[in-house]
Design a binder for this molecule. Structure first.
Ligand code: GLU
Length: 313
């Protein structure tokens, strides 16, 4: 019997994504994540999708989603397929919660923020939920949020940039929220459901999300979704430990001179682009940058301060 050749169609084409939250216009920090994810996918002949993470209306800014897309266009990014909007994905999130519920992986929680703060120890991202409602809410109390159990869960993964990672979810994070008390779905749940739905094979994003990855892998396992490859890029900082964000005064990206901002992003990502790359047209800049992309050159640190000219490691 002759061995069956693997048809081309079964070979998985790399697929990356950029998933901005429309809390304000794009800034240099989000540009770095967009550039890193785009170049990684395109350098492998893969696809790149855009997903608008508009699942937290209290934090969103009116018009920001469209503004972000216009800026991406002005910078010459070309995304594959239609933009996915998390605000339209409630049914998928509810279906995932059903799956988790049937496994006994989640439970209702009646605790208020204050009650949790008063009775918990601090983890790496705020208080570790003390497990008060794990075996049911107290009589007379009603369910506010849904949490996923983390007892005994540890998670190891290899980040392509940041190296080997290990996280003990119960002692570092605790049972975390998948549906919030205000009725909105938690980022951790939505990102896992949508990365699975969009068949994302690699996640390239800022290292401020490195600590979220173990939670996401835990949910992927519970939901039977495959785990993509992870590359966490250094986050753009304004001062040691302070991420560039709307809250820390990040300026909106100007659409006037996209190539020089893109060049700056390449410098930040350790690509050592030649100076004359900054004087190319957008049409010339992208193929050149795709051909030159080297993930191995990205600095292996969680964050760097960006100056106008170059980053300070
Ligand atoms: N929406 C998140 C943000 O803007 C990014 C989520 C992700 O890349 O997983 O920070």
């Amino acid at each position: 019997m002759t061995p069956t050749a693997v048809p081309n169609s079964t070979r998985i084409r790399p697929r990356g994504r950029f998933a901005p939250s429309p809390t304000g216009p794009l800034h240099f920090g989000s540009l770095v994540a967009a550039v890193g994810s785009y170049l990684s996918a395109k350098a492998q002949g893969g696809e790149w999708l855009v997903r608008m993470e508009d699942l937290d209306p209290p934090r969103e800014m009116k018009g920001a989603a469209d503004d972000i897309l216009r800026t991406l266009e002005a910078y010459g990014f070309e995304w594959d397929g239609a933009v996915m909007y998390q605000s339209q994905r409630r049914d998928a999130y509810e279906a995932a919660l059903d799956v988790l519920h049937h496994q006994g992986a989640i439970y209702g929680c009646s605790c208020t923020r204050r009650e949790i703060a008063d009775s918990s120890v601090q983890g790496i991202e705020g208080p570790i939920y003390p497990g008060t409602c794990r075996s049911g809410v107290s009589p007379g109390r009603s369910v506010r949020a849904l949490r996923v159990r983390t007892d005994g869960v540890s998670c190891e993964f290899q980040d392509r940039i940041q190296g080997a990672q290990r996280s003990q979810l119960d002692s570092e994070i605790g049972d975390f929220v998948v549906k919030r008390a205000d009725g909105f779905y938690a980022y951790q749940l939505a990102v896992v459901v949508d990365d699975a739905e969009q068949r994302i094979t690699e996640i390239v994003r800022g290292a401020d999300l490195l600590a979220s990855t173990a939670r996401q892998i835990h949910l992927q396992r519970l939901l039977g979704a495959s785990t993509p490859a992870y590359s966490h890029l250094p986050a753009v900082l304004t001062a040691p430990g302070i991420k560039l964000s709307k809250q820390t005064g990040a300026a909106a990206l100007s659409r006037r001179d996209p190539v020089s901002e893109l060049h700056r992003a390449l410098v930040f990502l350790g690509q050592q682009p030649p100076v004359d790359l900054a004087s190319l047209s957008l049409n010339e800049f992208w193929p050149e940058s795709i051909a030159r992309w080297s993930e191995a050159s990205v600095p292996r640190c969680a964050g760097m301060i960006a100056t106008k000219e170059s980053p300070i490691p």
